[in-house]
Design a protein around this ligand. Sequence first.
Ligand SMILES: CC(C)(CO)C(=O)C(=O)O
Length: 320
Amino acid sequence: MRYIVIGAGAVGGTIGARLFQGGHDVLLIARGAHHDALRRDGLRLITPESTEILAIPTADGPVPTRDGDVLILATKSQDTIAALGPWPTGLPVVCAQNGVANERMALRRFEHVYGMCVWLPAEHLQPGVVTANGHPYSGMLHVGRYPQGVDELAEQIATDLGKRGLVGRAVPDVMRWKHGKLIGNLGNAVEALLGRVDGIIEVVTRARVEAMTVLDTAGIAYSTSEEEAEGRGRRVDVRPVEGAQRGGGSSWQSLARGSGSIEADYLNGEIVLLGRLHGVPTPVNEVLRREADRAAREKLPPGSMRLETLRALIDERCAS
Ligand SMILES: CC(C)(CO)C(=O)C(=O)O
């Protein structure tokens, strides 16, 4: 079995590296300067325990595939359709992404779709380099068939992930885990806009409470923060790598890289969409989605907004 990891950034790079270290056949798909650095120097995986250079086969686009290949999609959600476009639709696809919209997009074309709920604190800010801050394991990954169920392949993937540095678990209700993680990821936009400032938690909590009201109204099940803490707390402690650049989560990194786009539409925006479908107002997530999008489009650095400004925009939207 060969794992083709589409999007070899913080999450894809770490998953690919760990599978490769576990003895699996891996191909990383990357673009631009990152691809060139990977081809030239290998992937530099920095963890709290060690730094390793891994000569993982890399390509900058689709390659001829064979039976037994598995696509691990680790791009941002806004890139899903373009990223999957060129690949044969008979291959299984595992969406190792934030949000809950990717599996459905994949299922339009691919018959065998899996969700993966990824809790993996990592950074990718420099070409060829991925820093994984989890300790003693780099990440905790729940995998299952979409929309539900477990099959042999899900079990196999969970086992393969668990061979080196990750905890893999096959679960029958992966979207429940992914909806729980979605609630956690609503803070990504706040961190990207404000940076890690005191008082951030107040805005994050407002976004999460709003989301839980929406999900409860829609009758969508989600894993609780206690369940998540139970599963990952003992296994994935965040331990910043000494001397390495320490930034923020994936949306913070999108702004730091000046990538011009951000995942907020599939995180805060997912709550806005569900709110509209089920008649629940979502002013907090609306403002977060809008402001994060604007910051990305204008290529503002992370932390460009003041807490008071964001609070005022939210209060204004709540009052309107
Ligand atoms: C919570 C975290 C850091 C872990 O995977 C994440 O999901 C993100 O940065 O988007």
